[in-house]
Design a protein around this ligand. Structure first.
Ligand SMILES: *Cc1c(COP(=O)(O)O)cnc(C)c1O
Length: 424
């Protein structure tokens, strides 16, 4: 085995270091497999209950009226996530688009959007208008308010209670940390927050940005009171096979609003050709629980290796997981770049290229990204990225298979050692 890894340039010392740590993680990996098993059964059950058949994989074009595969898939998603309705479309171009759509369709001029759990994901700053941007919610007269987390990462309930007012229409909660070093929230924690805000204002709409959280736990935020959960199909629920797409699952009312905004008033869910992507959507959802488990095991291996080397990692090596993202703070630009070079060097696609920091649309600092993906930008595939700005943290995620994630982590460690950022 060691020789095979040596063929990738991994030294005997790096191999031994990583494998020693991996050995100690067997029990955790077992627990993850159990969650994957239950979620796998949940997906199969939803497919069987909705009588998924080969007919669902056909392709429609033009208006896409009566697209049976598309309509059935939306029922499957609604069943898996235990919601009244779902919108799952290739016309939703990415996660940001899905979130923007959910917000813009459910808010009206004069309403206020409220984030009780701190700053939202970078790209949403432009959607909301925190950073002025064409077409933002701010341009339409929708105001925004936020309450930061307390220094220990918990919810500031006292100030949350004070911030909810008569204009508050929609509350957004982001499950995953995104590009922050705060903890990601478990479904249980999100449930507590939802209970709290709904006690103050029962009619408020709660949206959860579910990116990277799907199938990590046995339940989803929609089972704990969220009116909408929103995510990207080139993350967990696409299982690595969906080539594009996003979803909004939630109450009939919220999803209907989103559908009328995605297409047009009067048309809603009735149009939107599936253009031949349906089989990959179904098969990707089918694989997703096990793919998510592979990514989780990779994240845990990385957390334990870098924690052991003395770097700050979020979540910690033995902490409960709420999403598939692993943050490692190197504190230096060299650390972030070496780590990303290692992930790239383990890729099945573009393994020969060297990633460089660049000005990525939607982000306000340079970002370095390592991705050798079959689907461009897919972050359920093994990938790492980090803004070139303090605290110089890298965000690592994905891995369609655990062996690939393991190779990537070993390569990253090799590059970190070679560049002198750490010593074994
Ligand atoms: C990825 C992500 C988004 C945005 O998704 P894109 O597909 O990159 O537009 C939003 N929120 C969170 C928490 C994410 O991880």
């Amino acid at each position: 085995m060691k020789e095979i890894y040596e063929g990738f340039g991994i030294s005997s010392k790096v191999y031994d270091y990583a494998v020693n740590i991996e050995e100690k993680l067997k029990n955790r990996f077992n627990d993850i497999d159990k969650v994957a098993e239950i979620n796998q059964l949940k997906v199969i059950k939803a497919m069987q209950d909705n009588k998924v058949s080969a007919e669902c994989f056909g392709q429609s074009s033009g208006y896409g009226y009566d697209d049976f595969g598309r309509d059935t898939l939306e029922k499957v998603y609604a069943d898996v996530f235990k919601t009244e309705s779902a919108l799952v479309r290739p016309q939703i171009t990415c996660g940001t688009h899905a979130l923007a759509l959910a917000l813009m369709s459910n808010l009206r001029p004069g309403d206020e959007l409220y984030s009780p759990a701190g700053k939202p994901y970078d790209t949403l700053e432009e959607v909301i208008g925190i950073r002025p941007s064409k077409g933002s919610l701010a341009e339409y007269g929708i105001t925004y308010r936020q309450t930061d987390l307390l220094p220990d990462g918990s919810f500031d309930y006292e100030n949350i209670a004070k911030s909810i007012n008569k204009k508050t229409k929609l509350i957004t909660i982001q499950r995953s940390k995104g590009y922050q070093t705060r903890p990601s929230f478990t479904v249980e924690k999100i449930g507590e927050l939802i209970n709290f805000v709904k006690k103050i204002k029962p009619e408020v709409i709660v949206m959860v940005d579910n990116c990277y959280g799907e199938f990590v736990q046995l339940k989803e935020p929609s089972e704990k009171g969220a009116d909408m959960i929103v995510g990207s199909l080139i993350k967990n629920p696409g299982g690595g096979l969906a080539p594009i797409g996003g979803y909004i699952c939630g109450t009939k009312e919220c999803v209907e609003n989103a559908a009328y905004r995605l297409t047009s008033p009067g048309l809603g869910k009735e149009v939107g050709a599936s253009l031949g992507v349906m089989r990959s959507f179904y098969q990707g959802l089918f694989l997703s629980p096990v793919v998510t488990a592979s990514a989780l095991k990779g994240a845990i291996l990385a957390a334990n290796i870098y924690e052991n080397l003395g770097f700050s990692v979020v979540p910690g090596g033995s902490e409960k997981r709420a999403d598939i993202i692993q943050a490692v703070t190197f504190g230096t630009r060299e650390g972030v770049e070496a780590f990303c070079r290692g992930i790239q060097a383990a890729a099945p696609v573009d393994g020969h290229v060297v990633p460089e920091p660049w000005d990525m649309p939607g982000y306000d600092s340079k970002v370095i990204m390592a991705a050798g993906a079959f689907v461009q930008g897919s972050s359920i595939e093994l990938s790492a990225d980090g803004p070139i700005a303090p605290p110089y943290a890298v965000y690592f995620q994905g891995g369609l298979t655990y062996p690939h994630a393991k190779l990537g982590i070993m390569m990253s460690l090799q590059k970190i050692i070679e560049s002198g950022v750490a010593k074994l």
